[in-house]
Design a protein around this ligand. Structure first.
Ligand SMILES: NC(=O)c1ccc[n+]([C@@H]2O[C@H](COP(=O)([O-])OP(=O)(O)OC[C@H]3O[C@@H](n4cnc5c(N)ncnc54)[C@H](O)[C@@H]3O)[C@@H](O)[C@H]2O)c1
Length: 258
């Protein structure tokens, strides 16, 4: 097999949630450059539209879809729109997610907020997997990639809801790999360390950054393409026999906010 073919997604169709900014945008661009047609889903339709336009300006194929991953009808609609535009689904990247940021002290976070983080991070990925799997199975090629976090294995103060929901994603990844393997669908996760996006900027101070770098052998914070590269590996034929795994991409270190 030629090396190029191992990373080639020509003729494949990808769905990416939270694709309008940050890691999700980088994933959309990289999957498109590898040949995939991309459905860019985002809560902010205009941001998704910008990314779809950028892909088309480079000669790729893309659609933008308004999709809040906590709303079931919008998940169903995103898959329907993708199949209507491109005929199938091969790659699903469950990237939209959040919480964390050191704002989850048990004395402050409400029961509803705790539950919302699980809806955003865990339920959405499970439900989209359920919706996309039949299309992947039908086409004989499927890869589901869940974006989790280093928080899923770190111990940090004020992060219990986010950390627990991302840990649940890791384990759900391993379990869904058992469920979907028979349909030639791989399920893997990528766990970013601190990666330069708007979400990180909202909680980063020079002091926190210096402390993070002190615990990171590769002396820089993550760039969005570092994470997108790991997603490409799991999406492409090169990882055909890899399933149920979580790959942490973190410069070799542990970056925490405390
Ligand atoms: N940046 C980091 O350091 C870091 C570290 C670990 C894990 N992560 C994970 O990576 C993923 C992406 O984070 P990011 O840093 O790129 O964030 P970001 O804030 O830069 O971008 C997130 C995108 O998702 C969209 N979005 C937010 N809520 C949504 C919803 N309910 N439905 C659909 N779209 C929604 C936003 O509009 C935005 O376009 C998240 O799951 C996050 O938990 C990020």
């Amino acid at each position: 097999m030629k090396l190029n073919h191992l990373f080639d997604l020509s003729g494949k169709v990808a769905v990416v949630t939270g694709g309008g900014n940050g890691i999700g945008k980088a994933v959309c661009m990289m999957l498109s450059r590898a040949g995939a047609s991309v459905a860019v889903g985002d809560l902010k339709y205009e941001d998704a539209q910008h990314v779809a336009d950028e892909i088309k300006a480079e000669g790729g194929k893309a659609i933008a879809v308004a999709c809040n991953v906590t709303v079931d009808e919008e998940l169903v609609n995103m898959v329907d729109e993708t199949v209507k535009a491109f005929g199938k689904v091969n790659v699903l990247v469950n990237n939209a997610g959040g919480g964390g940021g050191g704002r989850e002290n048990p004395s402050k976070i409400s029961v509803d907020d705790f539950a919302w983080r699980f809806k955003l991070n865990v339920y959405s990925a499970w439900r989209l997997s359920q919706l996309c799997a039949p299309h992947m199975e039908k086409d004989g090629y499927g890869s589901i990639i869940n974006i989790t976090s280093m928080s899923s294995i770190n111990r940090s103060p004020n992060m219990s809801a986010y950390a627990a929901s991302k840990a649940a994603m890791n384990h759900m990844t391993a379990n869904l790999a058992m469920d979907y393997g028979g349909g030639k669908i791989r399920v893997n996760a990528v766990g970013p360390g601190a990666t330069k996006t708007a979400a990180l900027a909202s909680v980063l101070t020079p002091e926190i950054e210096a402390k993070m770098l002190a615990h990171t052998p590769i002396k820089r914070l993550g760039e969005v393409d570092d994470i997108a590269g790991a997603v490409l590996y799991f999406a492409a034929p090169i990882s055909e026999w890899v399933s149920g795994e979580t790959l942490f991409v973190n410069g070799g270190g542990v970056q925490t906010l405390d």
